[in-house]
Design a protein around this ligand. Sequence first.
Ligand SMILES: [Zn+2]
Length: 241
Amino acid sequence: MKQIEQLVVLQKVDSEMITLQRVLDEAPKQLQSLQEKRDYLQQQHDVIQDKINVLLEQKGKIEFEIENDSQRIKKSKNKLMLVENTREYHAMMHEMDTMEKMNRQREEERANLQADLSDLEGRRDALQTDISELSGSIDAQQSTLDKEMSEKRARIAVLEKDKAKASAAVPAPILTRYNFIRDRIANPVIVPVSEAVCQGCHIVITPQAYIDLQRGEQILSCPNCLRIIYWERHFAETEAE
Ligand SMILES: [Zn+2]
């Protein structure tokens, strides 16, 4: 009876550990999907930033050319006063006209580039806002998760001690049988029998086995599912706890 009682304790400890371990395994997955979403947004952000950089370079080049030709036009205007030859005067006028026309085209192109840039910058900033918000909730969830995980790990450490204590009270052959079953069939390993029905597989055990079980003199297994069985009334209080 004492051994069965320890096995029931062991079973309770094992069940709680299995549940805790499942939580520990599953919890980070939710966070992982948020991180993947953030990585995806960050990628989109970087692609847009690359386009912006290309347009900025183009814009810089055009502005440099506009400035360059404006200086040349200015110099030509000054020189124009000193020209005495009519032909030379017309040639210079023509050159200045060409440069001014080119600059007007460049101004148009610059305006188009600026419009594209504004559009891209708006999309980039919107993505940046989403990324920041997501990062905030990832950080918050991470710290909650860290706290939860460390609580669960602390609880597992306590359970490990309980388990060692309960294991020590069970004779080696029975513990081996318990571990053997635990590694092969779905939890739980120790199950109560209620009204001659095994609560592990819900099949009726033989009348003789039921009588032996009620005597509580030996450790029995369910002939159907092989789980270790005990009469539920022996440990009604343990269950209630
Ligand atoms: Zn069974």
